[in-house]
Design a protein around this ligand. Sequence first.
Ligand code: PLP
Length: 385
Amino acid sequence: MVTLPLYLDCHATTPVDPRVWAAMVPYFQEQFGNAASGSHGYGWQAQGAIAQARETIARTINAQAEEIVFTSGATEANNLAIKGVAEAHLQKGRHLVTVATEHQAVLGPCGYLEKLGFEVTYLPVDSQGLVCLETLEASVRPDTVLVSVMAANNEIGVLQPLAAIGEICQRHGVLFHSDGAQAIGKIPLDVEACHLDILSLTAHKIHGPKGIGALYVRRRPRFPLAAQIHGGGQENQYRPGTLPTAQIVGLSQAIALAHNLQREEQAHLKTLRTILWEHLRPLPGVTLNGHWEQRLAGNLHITVSGVSGGVLLKAINQVAAVSSGSACSSGQGKPSHVLLALGRPPREAAASLRFGLGRGHTKAQIEAIAPQICEIIAKVRHNGT
Ligand SMILES: *Cc1c(COP(=O)(O)O)cnc(C)c1O
């Protein structure tokens, strides 16, 4: 077996919590029924488990159970939200507003809509990664059908002011969507307080299984949303397909657990992140990316100037599994669009490291790894590029 370095890439994915796993297990073999089988007990068992999961998820975001639509993850949820709203509101207009630092799962559907003739405004961010509320409000037009702003950034962890944005959207009568993939369970997310109409969720960033997520779709008042997958009538026609009971139970357990542990867990992660930063901060050439306070507790993102990004990442990966940016785009060898949006030149953007801390990380681990990381950074900088 290969020995792997310490995993510090929790924005890419996380291990399934044993409590989540234990809750899922009965639904693979014992209670394997199809929730759409209405005439017998096998179906009823699955139905019961799914109904309970729906209720649990809804409660943590201050929604109603019938407002939760299960999807295969946040990518699918974002596609349903953005393309589904655009398609269903053609009579109102063909304009959408989003942010330059969004995840590919938002930028992708927006780009697709642009090819179909829609117009998309990509709001800039300031050097700290935050959107400007005045610019956002000024970008809303009579033909705007959706504003989509992520809750927490997957690279730099920056938290956008959702409640203030929601208020602007409400005032202008525009639907408000947020990609909550990195935020759910880590910060309080309240669809009423934030005036959210649509919210995308996923399980695997908070110690749940991969391949399951959900879309919150406001029912009061109800608005048109066009399904993007066609088939049976599941999930109020929004998302047909046999519901994966075990995955859904896993999603709900992961959300409930993160929600219940939130205060304590996030305080712990903030302590660890601060320890790591205190080690890295004095190094020449090391700078922080993203707002220090308005960010996820488990996120630290730095740029190391004067080094090659490839050399740096390879060296650090000997001791710690981190990435330079999003797992979804890092394979393409392009500097991160998020760091470019912060105003980083391409070469600096490429020489960046994202640390993602999560459940199970200890102070001892971080205190042991931090000096090793510092030593590697110093060595890479000394050797030049
Ligand atoms: C991980 C992530 C996604 C994609 O979620 P999947 O469930 O893997 O499809 C979307 N948005 C953000 C912000 C993410 O971090």
